[in-house]
Write a protein that binds this ligand. Structure first.
Ligand code: AMP
Ligand code: MN
Ligand code: MN
Length: 341
């Protein structure tokens, strides 16, 4: 093993020992939680609850669990953010690139007795007393699985399903998975994951009215071939009316519809979250560093999947985005590792 791998293993062992002896554990996902953040938190939470600890899982916003992920919470561990203790005994932040991504719960990092950070973002800023951060793995779920292994916790179907949900979504259906992630997937399926209904519910199910709305969004999608140092930018805008009317499962799927544009290295979706406020999702194909571009715009993420939130008109936000897709962020094709959240 390399020195880096040794150090990660030591970090995992230390955190596993801390969690194994904790009586009360609060696991947090990032704001607007996805399957990797909630699946990792719930997998660890289920195991800790079964060991006898008091456990809760939460996130600052929105105030409801994403509908498609609710079945992951078999023990009812998810609680509203206002039920998170003011001074948690042990806090675990999952899939969280920076403290700010905890939203209104960010302050718990300083009041907790200990904070374990488990994350795979290239842009991770590092916080907490215990850090398990590895930007080379495809999903935080991979690291959560290693913590469970170090704790000696057996995989059951409920835990395996939570981990699989994170793995399959962050690899966009295993498109970007390496051999170790495929081996983990086999282990999880052997533990009892019912793959087809799980993936259909999370990635492939939308209300009928969505398709007409999506057609409108796609009809207004625009291509800017000169942007991103001539590699091309395709962009779509989702107005607040649609963000409010549909679930995150619909809105966050728009990027997957346009990222296949042959003429564009970069795809961006501007989701309106306030009168002048936009949450922007970006995807690339390996030739430009979106994590660096997103950090320059106040956000974060991975090389090929990143995001930021910004104020302005759509044209102003797009101008900011174009100015961040600079030639120095372009390089030869890089193998895609993490490509999701
Ligand atoms: P998304 O497009 O929402 O799936 O996000 C892609 C990646 O960018 C994920 O890893 C997110 O954690 C990250 N990301 C998205 N929005 C932000 C933001 N406002 N600040 C920091 N990171 C973000
Ligand atoms: Mn995520
Ligand atoms: Mn992730």
């Amino acid at each position: 093993m390399t020195a880096v791998a040794d150090a990660l293993t030591a970090d995992i062992d230390t955190a596993a020992a801390l969690l194994a002896s904790a009586h009360d554990v609060t696991l947090l996902a990032h704001v607007q939680p996805d399957a990797d953040a909630l699946g990792s938190a719930l997998a660890l939470g289920i195991a800790l609850r079964r060991r006898g600890a008091s456990v809760r899982v939460s996130f600052a916003e929105p105030d409801r669990m994403p509908e498609s992920l609710r079945p992951l919470d078999v023990l009812g561990l998810v609680v509203p953010a206002d039920e998170v203790p003011a001074e948690p005994e042990v806090l675990v932040a999952c899939d969280t690139a920076s403290i700010g991504r905890l939203g209104a719960l960010a302050g718990r990092v300083s009041t907790a007795g200990a904070t374990v950070l488990i994350d795979h973002h290239a842009s991770n800023t590092g916080f907490g007393t215990h850090r398990i951060v590895d930007a080379s793995v495809e999903a935080t779920a991979v690291l959560a699985h290693r913590v469970l292994e170090a704790m000696g916790e057996p995989l059951d179907a409920a835990i395996a399903t939570c981990l699989y949900a994170g793995l399959v979504t962050d690899t966009v259906g295993f498109r970007t998975a390496g051999p170790a992630a495929y081996r983990l997937a086999a282990t999880l399926v052997e533990a009892g994951v019912q793959v087809e209904p799980l993936v259909r519910r999370i990635m492939d199910t939308h209300p009928f009215e969505w398709f007409a709305a999506l057609a409108g969004v796609l009809g207004d999608t625009a291509l800017d071939p000169d942007a991103a140092a001539g590699l091309g930018l395709v962009h779509a805008v989702v107005p607040a009316a649609l963000v409010e009317r549909f679930r995150s499962e619909e809105i966050d799927g728009v990027i997957d519809e346009i990222r296949g544009t042959a003429e564009a290295e970069v795809a961006a979706v501007l989701k309106q979250v306030g009168p002048r406020r936009w949450s922007v999702s970006m995807r690339a194909k390996g030739r430009i560093d979106l994590a660096a571009a997103a950090v320059a715009l106040g956000g974060g993420g991975h090389r090929n999947a990143a995001g930021f939130t910004r104020e302005g008109t759509p044209d102003e936000v797009l101008a900011d985005l174009r100015s961040a897709l600079t030639p120095d962020r372009v390089s030869d094709h890089n193998p895609i590792s993490a490509a999701g959240g």
